[in-house]
Design a protein around this ligand. Structure first.
Ligand SMILES: Nc1ncnc2c1ncn2[C@@H]1O[C@H](COP(=O)(O)OP(=O)(O)OP(=O)(O)O)[C@@H](O)[C@H]1O
Ligand SMILES: [Mg+2]
Length: 415
């Protein structure tokens, strides 16, 4: 019994460590599944899978170790039930112990024995059954969730490395998700090198979907996108994504240090480079005030930072890569006027001297664009500069007035 106690105590220790490691593995998986676009657009698939393999291996070793202990407890219970048999026989033959007048009849003892032995094994099974079922069900659910994710992307023969010198042309691009309704219908426009094209339009117009076609998260279901006259479908995703930084609408930060989040996708970045990027993204100031500076852990999904701070970390990440092409899906969440200004400064530096496709919500970003493409329900309804579209009236003017009114009220509230 003492031995069993020692064993069980060790087993419990191991099980606790194992549960902790399992939690780490699952939270890594959950986090990385949620950040799949970030991982893909920053070309980190290889390093992520190596990191995960190491973690899973550590967990596997731990499982084997606990298993070794728990397989010992089985035999020990067997030995224990052996002693139980001896005890029953011994007690049954000593009537004074049970307060009986005469020893139990041999038949009675046998009945006791049978009952005791028959009870032990099914009891063991029954007691472990609910736990087993719960684990199995939960696991099955997760497996299906992950299976629903699109599988690994593979390069097809005939795909070459991307080069970008002149322009990107959207040529009558249409797109639908699966067999749903068309989300984009014959969208055409040109993004020349060194220029900024802004996409504006009501929510659900298809702006994010359109921007997702550039790094080939999806391929058009109709029409073509050409980079220097080569269709994107003839270029490898890796080389294409190497040319661009993506700042997405919902900022994705990983539960790691500020430094690691900025250096994500730029392996080998030096401290000085990371700090320069943070400086340019108007993020250096608040990072200096964090308890551990660049080594501060940002928490799950960056929970320990404010919305505006998260955006600036994501912008610093994009700046550090210093790619020729930039895809910026401005966050719609409202910021207070001070952080709004800091974020806008960061965006301005990000777009300077770069080819940019910007999904714009901020007036300043829209006004500075070389061309504005107005999308409504997946179609281009207007194109031109801010001044042209402003004078022309129509959807752009309506969106602009709507935002301008909001802007005035927030300004008034801020003063
Ligand atoms: N993964 C998806 N599967 C199916 N439908 C989708 C998917 N993503 C978006 N859609 C649909 O496509 C349409 C366009 O969505 P999209 O995200 O491109 O809009 P948006 O212009 O970026 O809107 P917002 O300004 O709110 O970000 C919407 O009707 C949306 O429901
Ligand atoms: Mg969007």
């Amino acid at each position: 019994v003492l031995l069993l106690q020692v064993l069980i105590r060790r087993l419990r220790l191991h099980a606790r460590a194992r549960a902790k490691e399992r939690a780490e593995v699952t939270s890594t998986v959950a986090e990385r599944v949620g950040a799949i676009r970030l991982i893909r657009s920053y070309g980190e698939e290889g390093r992520e899978s190596a990191r995960f393999a190491a973690q899973a291996n550590r967990y596997r070793k731990r499982v084997i170790r606990t298993q070794r202990f728990s397989s010992l407890t089985g035999p020990i219970t067997e030995v224990f039930s052996g002693f139980l048999v001896i005890l029953i026989i011994w007690a049954g033959t000593r009537p004074e112990l049970l307060g009986l007048a005469q020893p139990l009849a041999p038949e009675a003892i046998i009945v006791f024995l049978m009952a005791a032995l028959r009870l032990t094994s099914p009891l063991k099974t029954i007691s472990s059954f609910p736990a087993l079922m719960a684990v199995a069900l939960a696991s099955a659910e997760r497996v299906f969730e992950v299976l629903d994710q699109p599988s690994r992307e593979t390069d097809r023969p005939g795909e070459g490395a991307a080069r970008f010198e002149r322009e990107i042309v959207f040529d009558a691009v249409s797109f639908r998700y699966g067999d749903g309704d068309p989300v984009l219908s014959e969208v055409s426009f040109t993004l020349p090198r060194g220029k900024v094209v802004a996409l504006v339009g009501p929510s659900g117009a298809g702006k994010t979907t359109l921007a997702d076609l550039l790094p080939r998260f999806h391929d058009p279901t109709g029409g073509r996108i050409l980079m220097d006259s080569v269709p994107l479908t003839r270029l490898t995703r890796g080389s294409l994504r190497g040319l661009m930084s993506v700042v997405s609408q919902d900022t994705v930060l990983l539960n790691d240090t500020v430094f690691a989040n900025i250096a994500y996708g730029s392996p080998g970045a030096t401290e000085a480079q990371v700090e320069a990027a943070a400086e340019a993204a108007s993020a250096a100031g608040f990072i200096a005030q964090l308890p551990d500076g660049y080594q501060t852990i940002v928490g799950e999904r960056g929970a320990r930072l404010s919305g505006g701070q998260r955006q600036r970390v994501a912008i610093a990440r994009a700046l550090l890569r210093d790619p020729p092409i930039l895809i910026l899906d401005e966050a719609t969440s409202a910021l207070d006027t001070a952080s709004e200004r800091l974020v806008q400064q960061a965006i301005d530096r990000l777009m300077a001297e770069r080819t940019a496709l910007v999904i714009a919500h901020r007036l300043a970003t829209v006004r500075d664009a070389d061309e504005i493409v107005v999308l409504d329900a997946g179609r281009v309804v207007q194109r031109g500069t801010h001044d042209e579209l402003f004078r022309a009236g129509g959807l752009y003017r309506r969106l602009y007035d709507l935002q301008f009114r909001d802007e005035e009220t927030t300004l008034a509230a801020g003063l």
